[in-house]
Design a protein around this ligand. Structure first.
Ligand SMILES: *Cc1c(COP(=O)(O)O)cnc(C)c1O
Length: 386
């Protein structure tokens, strides 16, 4: 009810990102919106409602518990797909609600058959193949068995797709491994004979795949980080922009996270700010306190290194990030007062704090930082960021 901070999602940004992605993947490849990790911190309910309004029809989560959360919030019509954890009761629940899921081991396949029989309906499955990630997936040698088993129960198993996941398509350092994965996936499709004559959708590409490895585009691409407006990494951005001779970044950040200045104080020269002696003012300094600390998702590792935007200017974090507040230096910024908006991620008056730079500073990836944004922060949709 009383908000410490707010996360705004930009309709304009998501619309632009989806248009860009659809152009890259082409009309023959369907887009699956990956919304695991609370939609990469964007807020799963708010984000999927917006994405659905902009044409997304299929949402992928990692676990049944995420699927459950999404199901509660999603409007009718969209499909949910679980890429990872669904077991026991959770798997029964998924079958009951026509939620598709990966099968990557015989035990799960038997569970799916069992659930289908018990409920008198079809379990919707994607067969995950091990191609080199070595996480989950059937080895190619087991495929004939798996398919035979599925086909023995046509009334309870419906094969929706065949898939695998790329291990590190964002970097050319992984060239050999990615090439081997592509080859194995092709083999898997051939062996399974699933693509023709009875088509099941084949899908391999994630964000880095669609940008760096166009031959990983089959019938569907599972896109996460890119549709939120972030590149998988800097290497991919540079490579793609150069190859396509782009001058301007085609992506727009969907997220903007802000709080407010709670109070402003003057620290005399020589005074220490906050706990301990991590920061000592060399000259008389104006310090603004913002009610935003590590308890609310602002990483402690940004102590003395992070920045926020106040009145369109960068104010550096001084001293340690506390549990519930940070202190920032606003000495050079004219007229800062209590109640001013403080932007933690995103733009303000033409200046911006990207998660990437926030990330580089604290030595973390965009993915991790975003997903750590607490569920309790209110998410709101706006037409565009100002
Ligand atoms: C997370 C995930 C994706 C999406 O990855 P991005 O790099 O965010 O596009 C695709 N497939 C699987 C199996 C995933 O776990």
């Amino acid at each position: 009810m009383f908000n410490v901070s707010t996360i705004e999602l930009s309709t304009e940004a998501l619309r632009q990102n989806l248009a860009f992605i659809r152009k890259v993947i082409g009309a023959d490849t369907k887009l699956c919106s990956v919304v695991k990790g609370n939609a990469y911190g964007h807020g799963i309910g708010t984000f999927t409602a917006l994405a659905q309004r902009l044409g997304a029809e299929l949402f992928a989560v990692y676990s049944a518990s995420e699927a459950y959360e999404l199901k509660k919030q999603l409007q009718n019509g969209a499909q949910i797909y679980i890429m990872g954890d669904a077991d026991g009761n959770a798997l029964d629940w998924a079958v009951e609600h026509d939620i598709s899921f990966n099968i990557f081991e015989k035990n799960r396949l038997s569970q799916a058959i069992h659930a289908g029989k018990a409920q008198g309906k079809k379990a919707l499955v994607h067969i995950e193949v091990e191609t080199g990630m070595h996480r989950t997936g059937f080895p190619i040698t087991e495929l004939p068995d798996v398919l035979e088993l599925c086909r023995a129960y046509p009334e309870v198993i419906e094969i929706k797709g065949i898939c695998s996941h790329l291990a590190g398509a964002e970097s050319q350092d992984n060239r050999l491994r990615i090439d081997a994965q592509k080859t194995r996936f092709k083999e898997a499709i051939t062996i399974s004979g699933l693509h023709e004559p009875r088509p099941a959708i084949c899908h391999l590409a994630c964000s880095a795949g669609i940008l760096n490895e166009p031959d990983t585009l089959y019938d569907m691409a599972r896109v996460g980080i890119l549709h939120y407006g972030f590149w998988p990494n800097g290497e991919t951005r540079e490579r793609f922009m150069k190859a396509h001779k782009l001058k301007e970044d085609p992506l727009m950040r969907v997220i903007r996270w802000w709080s407010r200045v709670m109070s402003v104080a003057t620290v005399p020269a020589g005074g220490f700010v906050g706990y301990g002696n991590d920061f000592q003012a060399q000259v008389e300094t104006r310090i603004a306190t913002i009610p935003m600390g590590y308890a609310y998702g602002y990483a402690r590792s940004l102590s003395n290194t992070g920045h926020v935007l106040v009145r369109g200017k960068k104010a550096p974090v001084r001293g340690i990030v506390n549990m519930n507040c940070i202190t920032v230096d606003v000495t050079g910024i004219e007229g800062v007062e209590k109640g001013d908006e403080a932007v933690l991620i995103g733009t303000q008056d033409g200046n911006s704090i990207s998660v990437a730079s926030f990330g580089d500073l604290s030595d973390q990836l965009n993915y991790e930082l975003l997903t750590r944004l607490p569920h309790s922060i209110p998410r709101v949709v706006v037409e565009k960021h100002h």
